[in-house]
Structures are given as C-alpha cells and as structure tokens.
Write a protein that binds this ligand. Sequence first.
Ligand code: MOS
Length: 752
Amino acid sequence: MPDPMNPAASGHHVRLGSNSGQPMTRRDGAAKVTGTATYAADNRPEGLVHAVFAGASIARGRVTFLDVAAARAHPGVIEIMTPDNRPPLHVNPDEKFHAFAWRTEALQDDTVRYAGQPIAVVIADTLEAATEGARLLAPRYASDRARIGFDQGTRYDPPAVGIGAEADFAKGDLAAGLSAAAQVTETRITTPLQYHNAMEPHAIVAEWTEDRLTLDTPNQAIVMSRNAFAQYFDIPAENVTLRSPYLGGGFGSKAIIVGPQLLAILAARMVQRPVKLVLRRDQMFGPVQHRGATQQVVRLGMEATGRLTALDHHATASTSSFDDFIEPAANASHNLYASPSIRTRHTGVRIDTGTPGSMRAPGEASGSAALECAMDEAAEALGLDPLEFRLRNYAETDPASGKRFSAKALRDCYAQAAARFGWADRPLAPGQMRDEDGLLVGWGMGTCLFPAPMFPARARAVLRADGTAVVETAGADMGQGAWTALAQIAADGVGLPIDKVVFHSGSSDQPDGGVAGGSAHTASAGGALHAAGGDAIRQLAEIAAADPDSSLFGTGNTGVTARDGRLYRSDDDSRSDSYSDIMVRAGLTELTGTGSGARDPANEERRAMFSHGAVFAEVKIDPELFQIRVTRMIGAFAAGRIINPHLATSQLTGGMIWGLSFALHEEGVHDLRTGRAMNADLAGYHVPVNADAPSVEAILVDETDPYVNALGIKGVGEIGITGTVGAIANAVWHATGKRVSSFPIHIDALMG
Ligand code: MOS
C-alpha cells in the first residue's frame, strides 16, 4: 500500500530503470528562482521602443475624439496608432477564421464594445513616455448605457458552447424521470466573472525584418499561434518565429491570439523598430479573456432508494456583445452520474465585457460546482450520507456516450480520500461540530471528473554518435513542469538517462507540440516524443541487425530493447551493442527519428476517457463573524500513468487551491453604470495565499489505462478544480445548515 502522505517517496509510481515515474524537480526551476529565465518582457532587442495602448473608459459607444496632437507633442513619443492610420491586416479581426480564433480588437474602427478595449496605441522611446502619451489622448465618446449583469443583457440560444461543444443534450425521458421520482430537488447557483490573472501579464516583443517576423510572447499553443499570426499578416508561416520559453501562468488565456499582440506587431511595422507591449494588471480585465458568469439551475429526481431518476441542468452564461464563448457549464452533468434521464441546456447572455474564453476547467469548474451542490442537497433530502449517495449513483459507463470508463478508479478515489480524511466520523446533520475554539466545523465532499483529450503533436529525436540525443517539440511550460515531464518521456523514448538528453522546447522552430491546454499536454506532446524516440531506435536497430560486426547482427524480427544507450536483444540480454558503436561503424554522426502523438481510434470508439477524483474539505466558520476558513482538503485522483509524481501532486493540489479560490475568493466586479472593472488589481481581485490553504493533500491513486494512449497518460492540470468548489460549499452547509446560492461565498450569505 503506498503512503498517501508521501507518494513521491514511497516507491509508488516509480519505475526503476526509467526516467518516467521519478519525482524529479523542475529542470527550469533554478533559472526561474535565480532570475535568469528570460520571460517575453525581458527581451530588449537593439532599437527597442515601447507601446502602450489607451483603453476605453466607457463600455459601449464610439470614440469621437482623441487628442493625438497632445500625445504626439510629448517628449519621446514616436507615433500614435489609431483606426485612421493603422497598417492593414490581411485577416479582418472580426472574422473567426479558425476554431481557436476569437473576434478581437485591433483598431479596426471607432466602436467601443467594452471598458478597457484598446482604442489607440502610443509608441515611444520609453515606457514612461508611452504611458503618458496614452493618458494625453483624453478620449471623448458618444456613449451608450453599459449592459452589465444578467438582467441587462440580451438572451439568446447559442448554437454551440465552449469551443464547438453541444449547447443542448438529452438522454432518456426527463419528464418521466421527474414524475417517477420520490423526491425532486432544485438547486440554484450563480458564479461570477473571473479573470485569469496569470502572474506574468500578457506581453510581446515584436520585430520585423522585411517580411520576417520574430515574436517573443508567452503562448500555450506555439505552432498554432505562429500559423495564425502569419495569416493575419499574409506571410508564409515559416517567416514567423514565435519564442515562448517561459510562461508565468497561462490558464487558457495565452492559448489564442489576443488583440494587444496584433497591436504590437502592427506598431512594429509602423515605426520599423522592434516594439515591446506589456499589459498592466488593470489592462488584463478586458482584452485577454475571462470566465463568463453563470446562473445555473440543477433539478434532480431520486427514488427513495437514492437512485437518480432525472438530472436536469440549465446554465445561463455571459458572453460579449460581439462574440460567442459560452462557459459550457451544464455539460459537466453529462458524464458523472448514471441518471436514466439527463437533459442539459445553455442560454447565452450578451453583456458589455470582453469576450470570455477557456479558463482552467472551462465549463467543468462552474458546472461541477452547481452539480456537486445539487448532489449534496439531494442527499440531504433523502437523509443519506453524501458519499453514500454518490456511491449509489456514479456511472459505470459514460451516461452521455454509453462508452465504458474506469469506474473502479473512481471507487478507489472515493475510498482512499474518505479514509484519509476520516469521513466515517461525520455526523449526518449540519451544525453538529465545533472545534476547541468554538468555531463551527463542517465537512463536505465533491466528485472530480475531467476529460482526457489529446491534441495533434509532433516531435523529433536525434541520436548522436557521442551517445547523447537532442529531442525537440514546441511545448509550453507555464510553471506546471511540462518541460521536466516531457524530458523524462523523451529520455525514455530514446533509451538514455535524462542527463544525456538535450531537450529543446518552447519555440515555433521545433515540431508542433500541440496545445498546452485541456490538461492534454503531457499525453499529446509526450506521445509524440515517445514515438519520435521509438522511430530513431527502430532505425538504429535495423542498422545493427544488418551489420555483421554488431553482436545484434541478424536480430531482425526478434526485436531489441533500448536502455542506457545500448540496444539489447529482447530474448538475450547478453547480446547488446551501444548506440555510439553502431553509429560510428555505420559512419553516422546523427540519426533522426520523428513521431506524432496519437490515440488508437478503435479505443476512442469504445472507451470514454476521463481522469477521476474525489475531494473532501473541512471548513471552520466563526459563529458570529461567519468568516470561512478551509482548514483541510484531501483529494484522491486517478489519472492513468503518472510521469512525475512530484509535479503531478503539485498540479493536483494547485487545482484544489484554485477550487478554493473559486469557492471563497475570486470575483470580477464591474460597475453597473460604466461597465468598468472595479477591482482590476490583485488587491481587489482576491486569490488565496498560503494562509488561506493551510493543509492540502493530493493522493495519487494507481490506475493503469491501456486505452487512453500508448503511454497510458491522462491529465492532472484541471481536474483538481472540479469537485472542490462543491466540496467547500457543502462543508459550509454542514457547518451552518445554510445552502450556498452564489460563489464566491460571502460572509453576508451566512448571516441571519
Ligand atoms: Mo487551459 S483553460 O486548458 O489552460
């Protein structure tokens, strides 16, 4: 039995003789903590100038005047870019030319669609001059009333939600399910606008050399974005180099191209100098996406035995006035609980904000919050323990697709987390527990689920005659440790210890590493690296098998295994040859393999692919002030093969802390009259600090999933958020007897 307290050190998941499975620390950690890691804004090419955009102070209307003369007269100001003079773009920024393209603002006209929208760009010798120039523009507007809040916006039926997901879904007969129910509960939950707020603000350094473009900008989908930038400027993709070696967080907001990036590139073209544009913190509350607000209604019908008969989840979500990204919240109810009837629906509401986008567990985070609160309320109605209620209803097969998934993994998660938490001692009724200081104590739980997608990705592995290898894929390390986990996979792919492998990543010059999103990066780019290594080894084995001087001569179909820089005959370990010797005899200095990450379509046909988990939370609440503290969280997660238990644990605990942040802290507040973000800084937009999360544990549950991909890898990045939000709200109920109806949970919601 592994030690759940210390999975990394217990031997659990560690496969000796391989790099994968080892709890290595981040390869880029020393560079980051010593300040030598070069983030986008740290680049200062020769001749660099600075761009600052002026943001609209109204949320809807037109710009009628900009004092360009005053700005231009300011010392150090080089140029002012407005809709009147900005260089042309080949793609209309109001066009959606591929699935990951949002309509964006690149000074195409004088319309204002949300507060903070860029309306002009000032380019100057210094950041200070550009900032002051932007202030001197003193815009005037023809202003319309801002529409902020669900009651102000225009409702519509979205054709799709998220990125191309179905807006409506029905399975079975909901009306029959509800009328057959012994009990029906209805749970209403609202969630606020949330802003990604990565530690590193969006930044770009753009430089043109004739029709070649060099970009230093953090990006979660390097080659996809490189290709899109090339389209905007009508140049061949190979003319664009996008470098993104370090990202200070992305959370989904750095996966697609945003307006300020285009503006910097346009500015660089205009002044024929390299341009740096870095968003201020307040500028990140508008043009660079957010999570839309939701209003959700979940109705559950249950038999007296506790079996669900009906699950109805309707989510209303906010989007901008000019583009569609509907937080796919209700779709979180598709795959988890085995109700014979399930209906999910979405309604969009257009308000005057920037366009939302994918933000950590888009849909699952807000949707599972509502679903898990609803499950708790239903358990209460039945007089059942919330865990017991879930054990009676979790799905053995995916209710939406009918495909099988690993229900055992979820059972193991429930069991291990509950045991570690001490759930068996929980009184059923609320308000029963107090700690030694008289604080109200409550325990709650939630189920975690996240899909295990894969994105197309490619990689290259070059074996060198000196016994080393260079392995490359354009992957993105946002702090999650991708470069470390991917290097571990790459080293195993070429059968070398990790210190003999040079791992290159983070630039569009490398093979497409796919999207670092959807918790799919390790599986996708890792699959490609593994395949590329395998391709190189296969070629090497063929050379050895054909070489009479090799002890592997004639091995042919017998096959070889690659280990520590040598090939061994699979059926006879005493016959081996080193990579170097094979290559030197063949007169090769290097040998290149390529590969792509892929899933077996036959498996995809038959298997539903998800990571599973369960989170248990303890809260303590002051009985007079109602201040809420999450004193303990324990989650157990099954996510297939764990490449690096140290980093995976960090991802999972980070996800749980994000869930805590969702439950108690984060909320983007806009002024209802002006539409402006009122808390556009990290003093007003709250996120948890260490003191808010004193005890967070993630247990790695063993799971072998041979179907998901060749390496058996699923994601760990986002699942920790799901389940956790509900677990905390349910713990608040257990402490106080008060059901939560909106997030973040405010003190005043518990008063009276
Ligand atoms: Mo993401 S929303 O997959 O960083």
